[in-house]
Design a protein around this ligand. Structure first.
Ligand code: PHE
Length: 347
């Protein structure tokens, strides 16, 4: 029997060494069942290149779910650049790294398009664009849709409102872990709504902007265990572990970090403890929704923002259906994504 290659997941793994920069670059195309694989380019140190590949694999699979749940006709992929430990690359060396990423994206001939992620910004996308057309989120002055962290934060805030309605309780306290581009914007939005905030980040330079918003600065360990209405994971993934669940004292978890759970079973542990977890592939989709709406569909900024706000409706539908079925929101989200992928996997 002829094997069904389209159903191999990941569909393709490309690991290489940048010819200019000598850094390991991995691109994983998880699925193109719904369309071109989409996912940002993550630039950070890894213990070894295989760790970078493994991370890209997990992140690409999350992008497949993200696009499927957002109703987008895109698949999932991710690029990971395993830079040496220490300060991030700058100057001519950074340019070489990004040109190498561009060449690697170009090798995939349109099966994958990249964008910003942890460690990369819109200006970097312009450098990548010198080598491939398959890149989102160049600065607006350069013809792109610009920074995706604003739309990502807007999607989270829309989802937070829905969560409060679903739980029929006012949100008065929140703990935010990760005060980067997206986390800080979320903190801003919540503070403006009168929410009391505790905040944490491994990077102590984030303390000052967080405190400027009125947030109380605490160690990451404490922020994860804070007695609050809402925990917002806005750092790198894997923060929520099985052991941590027993010590958590929040009522709900909703944030933009990709792959928040160390393991899918951790969602069931949260559910069993009565902590509502809003699946990250649903609520973190603002960036891709906004970028594709503007750069591929030609929508206006206003229309794109309205589309991002629809994340609220998607989350409401998933929470309602999960409650009706008596399953965790994680399970309902997974089932929905799988159904959409199965329905179109032959096209
Ligand atoms: N890195 C973001 C994500 O994981 C945003 C992104 C926007 C990626 C546009 C690709 C294209 O969703």
């Amino acid at each position: 029997m002829k094997p069904n290659i389209a159903r191999l997941r990941p569909e393709q793994v490309l690991a290489t060494t940048g010819s200019r920069s000598d850094v390991p670059i991995a691109i994983v195309v998880d699925s193109t069942a719904l369309g071109q694989a989409l996912g940002g380019c993550r630039l950070k140190p890894y213990a070894g290149w295989r760790d970078g590949v493994a991370d890209a694999e997990r992140l690409a699979a999350a992008m497949t779910e993200k696009c499927a749940l957002a109703g987008l006709n895109y698949g999932g992929g991710k690029a990971v650049v395993a830079v040496p430990a220490g300060p991030p690359p700058t100057g001519a060396y950074r340019r070489d790294v990004l040109l190498d990423v561009g060449d690697t994206v170009a090798e995939l001939d349109g099966r994958y398009a990249t964008g910003p992620d942890i460690g990369t910004a819109p200006e970097d996308m312009s450098v990548i664009a010198a080598r491939t057309a398959h890149v989102f989120c160049r600065p607006e002055a350069d013809g792109g849709s610009g920074d995706s962290s604003g739309p990502t934060a807007a999607g989270i805030l829309a989802a937070v409102n829905v969560l409060a309605e679903h739980e029929r309780r006012r949100l008065t306290t929140a703990s935010i872990v990760g005060l980067g581009q997206v986390g800080l914007r979320i903190a801003c939005g919540l503070a403006a709504a009168g929410v009391r905030i505790v905040a944490a980040d491994l990077d102590q330079r984030r303390q000052r902007p967080a405190e400027a918003l009125g947030a109380a600065w605490v160690p990451v360990h404490d922020a994860l265990r804070a007695n609050v209405d809402l925990l917002v994971p806005a750092a790198t993934g894997g923060l929520l572990t099985r052991d941590l669940v027993d010590e958590m004292r929040c009522r709900a978890v909703l944030g933009p970090a990709n792959n928040q759970l160390d393991d899918p079973q951790t969602a069931e542990a949260l559910h069993a403890r009565g902590i509502l977890w809003a699946p990250d592939p649903i609520v973190s989709a603002g960036g891709v929704i906004h970028a594709t709406a503007i750069e591929r569909e030609g929508l206006t900024a206003h229309e794109a923002r309205r589309r991002v706000a629809r994340i609220g409706g998607t989350l409401a539908a998933v929470l309602d259906e999960a409650r009706r079925r008596g399953v965790s929101p994680a399970r309902e989200a997974r089932d929905r994504a799988a159904a959409r992928l199965a329905g179109q996997s032959n096209s």
